[in-house]
Design a protein around this ligand. Structure first.
Ligand code: SF4
Length: 235
């Protein structure tokens, strides 16, 4: 290394010069999401002991796990996961080939097909199924407060993308008929879930809730304004 590039370890840091980010913050954050997305597509992450499940297949297994009898009709799966019927049918057929679900025709109406989670399917949708171990480990290293902030920020980003029709997501608190955001002044538990009739905080916001029921559009819009605007319901 030439003398010109050597750094004097005794030199005092300049109080005026600060490293300036090369890109605006929004571009930096979007780039960060992109890097994580790329890593999740990498073969080494997909190999992590998962039975080769795609995102929709994992969501179907999780949905079935939350249903009574661990069964649902294909049309219900399509509606609740906001995907087209042929897309849901194709994913169910793939899951059946992997012996993670089985399809049955109902006794009452032979035209209606129900999908049932198998024991193998139940094992494949454990608590951290769908989240690569590397990612859960890295997130687990964040302090609890940072995890809560990240969750809330993610909910907002996902909901905004959903509102713009860029992604299909359902079963999140922010579009649920039971969600009452910022109803209480308690900063730790400002929201209310009328399904369980209890207050809860940002740390408990759900991205995929089995008890979810879609709010009507007006209610969803008002709840989103309250949640995203950080107003209180009584203000
Ligand atoms: S039922 Fe589930 S999705 Fe709906 S508000 Fe309660 S916790 Fe959230």
């Amino acid at each position: 290394m030439s003398e010109l590039h050597m750094i004097d370890p005794a030199a005092q840091p300049s109080s005026e010069a600060t490293p300036t980010p090369s890109e605006p913050m929004v571009v930096q954050l979007a780039s960060g999401f992109e890097k994580i997305g790329l890593a999740m597509k990498s073969r080494s992450w997909r190999r992590e002991g998962r039975p080769g499940l795609g995102p929709l297949q994992r969501q179907i297994l999780t949905l079935l796990r939350s249903k009574p009898g661990r069964t649902a009709q294909v049309s219900t799966i399509a509606n609740e996961l906001v995907v087209r019927l042929p897309t849901a049918s194709e994913a169910v057929a793939t899951l059946e080939r992997k012996r993670l679900v089985r399809r049955r025709r109902t006794m009452q109406d032979g035209r209606v097909v129900t999908v049932e989670l198998t024991a193998r399917g139940l094992r494949a949708c454990g608590p951290t199924a769908g989240a690569p171990d590397h990612l859960t480990m890295a997130i687990g290293l964040l302090p609890a407060a940072e995890q809560a902030s990240l969750l809330k920020a993610l909910v907002k980003v996902i909901r905004t993308l959903q509102n713009k029709g860029e992604i299909s997501v359902a079963r999140m608190c922010v579009s649920c008929r039971y969600f009452q955001p910022n109803r209480y002044p308690d900063p730790d538990r400002p929201h209310h879930c009328s399904y369980v009739n209890a207050p809860f905080g940002d740390v408990s916001l759900r991205l995929d809730c089995g008890e979810y029921e879609a709010a009507v559009p007006d209610q969803a819009r008002d709840a989103w304004a309250l949640f995203a605007g950080e107003q209180t319901a009584t203000s």
